[in-house]
Design a protein around this ligand. Structure first.
Ligand code: NAD
Ligand code: PRE
Length: 314
C-alpha cells in the first residue's frame, strides 16, 4: 500500500458523506489514524460498531487537536457553530476542508474562526444518495464523480494540492472554481431539481388529500423517480436552500419563465414548440449516456461517472 497522504484525519460528522470518506480512506490507506467526531453518542456508537475510525469522541476540540486534515461533513447551516468550536484547538499548519453542497456561505461562516496558521480549502464531492447516517455510506461513492474545490484567494497551493490529491485518491476527478460559480452551477444542476422533486411530491400528496383519491397508488416511473429525490435528508436540504438563496432564486426565476413558455405552448396548441424542446432534451440525455456518465435505468445515484455538473451555458 502507498504511503498515507496524511497522518491524522479528523471527520466532523459521520453521516452518508463522512462515513463514505472513512470507508474509502481505510480501504486505500490514505490516513494513519482516523478520528471520528459527532454530536450524538448513539451515532458515535454506531460509527464505532461499523469500525469507521480509530478514535471516537463527541468533543470537537478533542477530535481536531492532533489532526493534519480536518473535514467537516455536517449540514452547511452548522458550519459556523463547528468552526467557532474547533478554531482555537486546531494544530498550527492543519488543513481544514468540508463537503458542503453550498460554498460561499460555508466560507463566510468558517473563515473568520480559523487562526492564520490554518489552511482552509473548501470542497464539494458531487456524489450522494437520498440516504443519510453512518450506515448509508459506501467506499465507492466518489468513484468517477467530480469533486469541486473552491479555495479562497491566496490559499496555500500545497494545501490545495493536498485536498485535490486526497479526493483523487478517493476516486474522484477534481476541478477548482470560485465559490460563486460553484453555487450558480449547483443551483441549476442539483438544488432546483431537488426543489422541483419536493414540490411535485408535495402537490401530489396534497391533491390526494383534498380529492380523497389514490394519486400515489397509481404513480408510475416518472413520479417514482421524483419520490426518490424527495426522500433526501430534510435538514441537509433546508440548509442548502437557506444558504444558496440568491443563486437558487435566480435559477428558479429562469425556470419559471421557461415553464410559462411551455404552458403557453400547450394552451395555444403549439406542438412544434413542444416537439422542438423535447427533441433537444432527448439529445442531451443521449449525450450523457454516450459519454458513459449514466445508465439507461435509474440506479439510485450509484453509477460511477454519473452526476458531473455542466458549465452554465454548455
Ligand atoms: N447527501 C448527499 O447527497 C450529499 C452529497 C454531497 C455533499 N453533501 C453535503 O455533505 C454534508 C453532510 O451530508 P450527509 O449527507 O453526510 O448528511 P447526514 O445527515 O448523513 O450526516 C450529517 C452528520 O452531521 C452531524 N451533524 C448534524 N448537525 C450537526 C451539528 N450542528 N454539529 C455537528 N455535527 C452535526 C450528524 O450527526 C451526522 O453525523 C452536507 O453539508 C451536505 O450538503 C451531501
Ligand atoms: O444522487 C443523489 O441522490 C443526489 O442528490 C446527489 C447530489 C446531486 O444533486 O447530484 C445531491 C447533493 C449534493 O450536494 C451532491 C450530489
Amino acid at each position: 500500500m502507498p504511503e498515507p497522504l496524511v497522518d491524522t484525519l479528523a471527520l466532523i460528522g459521520i453521516g452518508l458523506i463522512g462515513s463514505s470518506i472513512a470507508r474509502v480512506v481505510k480501504r486505500e490507506g490514505l490516513a494513519r489514524h482516523i478520528v471520528v467526531q459527532t454530536r450524538r453518542p448513539e451515532t458515535l456508537a454506531r460509527a464505532e460498531e461499523l469500525g469507521l475510525g480509530d478514535r471516537y469522541t463527541t468533543d470537537p476540540t478533542e477530535a481536531v487537536r492532533d489532526a493534519d486534515l480536518v473535514i467537516a461533513c455536517i449540514p452547511v447551516g452548522a458550519s459556523e457553530q463547528v468552526a467557532r468550536a474547533v478554531g482555537p484547538a486546531l494544530k498550527p499548519g492543519a488543513v481544514v476542508s468540508d463537503v458542503g453542497s453550498t460554498k460561499a456561505s460555508v466560507i463566510a461562516q468558517v473563515a473568520p474562526h480559523l487562526p492564520d496558521s490554518i489552511h482552509f480549502v473548501p470542497a464539494h464531492p458531487i456524489a450522494g444518495t437520498e440516504h443519510s447516517g453512518p450506515d448509508a455510506g459506501f467506499a465507492d461513492l466518489f468513484r468517477n464523480r467530480w469533486c469541486i474545490v473552491t479555495p479562497p484567494p491566496g490559499t496555500d497551493t500545497a494545501a490545495i494540492d493536498l485536498v485535490r490529491r486526497f479526493w483523487e485518491a478517493c476516486g474522484a476527478d477534481t476541478e477548482v472554481m470560485t465559490p460563486e460559480h460553484h453555487d450558480m452551477v449547483l443551483a441549476i444542476t442539483s438544488h432546483v431539481p431537488h426543489l422541483i422533486a419536493y414540490n411535485i411530491v408535495g402537490t401530489a400528496a396534497h391533491l390526494e388529500q383534498v380529492t380523497e383519491s389514490e394519486v400515489m397508488k397509481y404513480s408510475a416511473g416518472g413520479f417514482r423517480d421524483f419520490t426518490r429525490i424527495a426522500a433526501s435528508d430534510p435538514t441537509m436540504w433546508r440548509d442548502v436552500f437557506l444558504h444558496n438563496r440568491e443563486a437558487v432564486l435566480e435559477m428558479l426565476a429562469r425556470f419559471s419563465e421557461d415553464l410559462s413558455a411551455l404552458q403557453r405552448a400547450i394552451r395555444f396548441g403549439d406542438g412544434d414548440a413542444l416537439f422542438d424542446l423535447f427533441t433537444k432534451t432527448r439529445a442531451i440525455r443521449r449525450g450523457i449516456i454516450e459519454a458513459g456518465q449514466e445508465t439507461e435505468a435509474p440506479d439510485f445515484g450509484r453509477t460511477p461517472g454519473a452526476g458531473k455538473p455542466a458549465e452554465p451555458g454548455e
